[in-house]
Design a protein around this ligand. Structure first.
Ligand SMILES: C[S@@+](CC[C@H](N)C(=O)[O-])C[C@H]1O[C@@H](n2cnc3c(N)ncnc32)[C@H](O)[C@@H]1O
Length: 247
């Protein structure tokens, strides 16, 4: 990141200052900023923008503005990548399902759509923001020890999310705190029995290099040419998506 960029602006709510303090690459700086406000960067600043797991923080109308803002700070020809998770999981046991229903009800009361990955979908949001060469991938990840290291981490993450959401869910649904906490405990065993999983959505889109949609878009150079929806050439080593067939 260039030195002329400003220091952090802290203007938002529900934002956590969870930045690493060690092992920071030399060209990396952390800013805390409310994404509902214009980013403190000029137009056409970055080759690549990544945003992940804002599903519980943004309302549908915010999504459109946020992706437009990400597009604004991209250089022409630059790429944006969005990654989101479903709001309910799959192969749920009864208590796990109950937890996700409470979460969905709570967030719905705040105007948040937990199914942004499918309605309207990340690719659709990118299209509305004027991005091109959009490619979306959908994959399932296991939630439980049965899924090895990834499953163990995702289960820990899920449990931490539910615990962190306790006051919000109690307030949003009116349920008893003991009932909610018992459901979290029961779910820890349920996810192993039912082999629960989450569906993740990952989409990449490119900023136009031409000023007008009427002008022909140059073919992107992906190295290996593919006839349909080519995967963008990575700017740095790109993780291989794990595809599981948990159903
Ligand atoms: C589920 S966490 C994901 C964190 C990180 N992106 C990751 O993938 O590990 C959601 C994050 O969104 C942040 N958040 C919520 N609303 C926000 C907003 N309006 N502007 C910026 N960040 C926001 C929260 O502080 C929280 O750190």
């Amino acid at each position: 990141m260039a030195n002329e960029f400003p220091d952090a602006t802290v203007t938002g709510i529900d934002m956590s200052p969870v930045f690493p303090t060690t092992i920071i690459p030399a060209n990396c700086r952390f800013l805390q900023h409310n994404i509902l406000e214009p980013l403190p960067f000029p137009d056409n600043s970055f080759d690549y923008v990544h945003q992940r797991l804002l599903v519980a923080g943004l309302k549908p109308r915010d999504w459109v503005c946020v992706v437009q803002e990400l597009e604004r700070v991209l250089k022409p020809g630059g790429w944006v990548e969005l990654v989101e998770v479903d709001g309910h999981g799959g192969n749920n046991g009864p208590m796990t399902q109950q937890l996700w229903d409470w979460i969905e009800l709570t967030l719905k009361g705040r105007g948040i759509n937990v199914n942004i990955g499918t309605q309207p979908g990340l690719a659709n949001l990118m299209e509305q923001a004027g991005l091109v060469n959009i490619k979306q991938e959908v994959f399932n990840l296991p939630t439980g020890l049965y899924g090895g290291k990834i499953g163990t981490l995702l289960k820990e993450n899920e449990q931490a999310f539910w615990i962190a959401m306790t006051p919000t869910v109690i307030h949003g649904t009116g349920i008893d705190v003991q009932e909610y906490e018992n459901a979290i405990i029961t779910s820890a065993a349920e996810v192993e029995i039912h082999k629960s999983y989450h569906t993740f959505y990952s989409a990449c889109g490119q900023k136009r290099t031409c000023p007008s949609p009427l002008m022909p878009e140059p073919e992107p150079d992906f190295g290996e040419k593919s006839p349909v929806s080519p995967i963008p050439a990575p700017l740095s080593p790109r993780p291989t998506f794990v595809r599981s067939n948990i159903k």
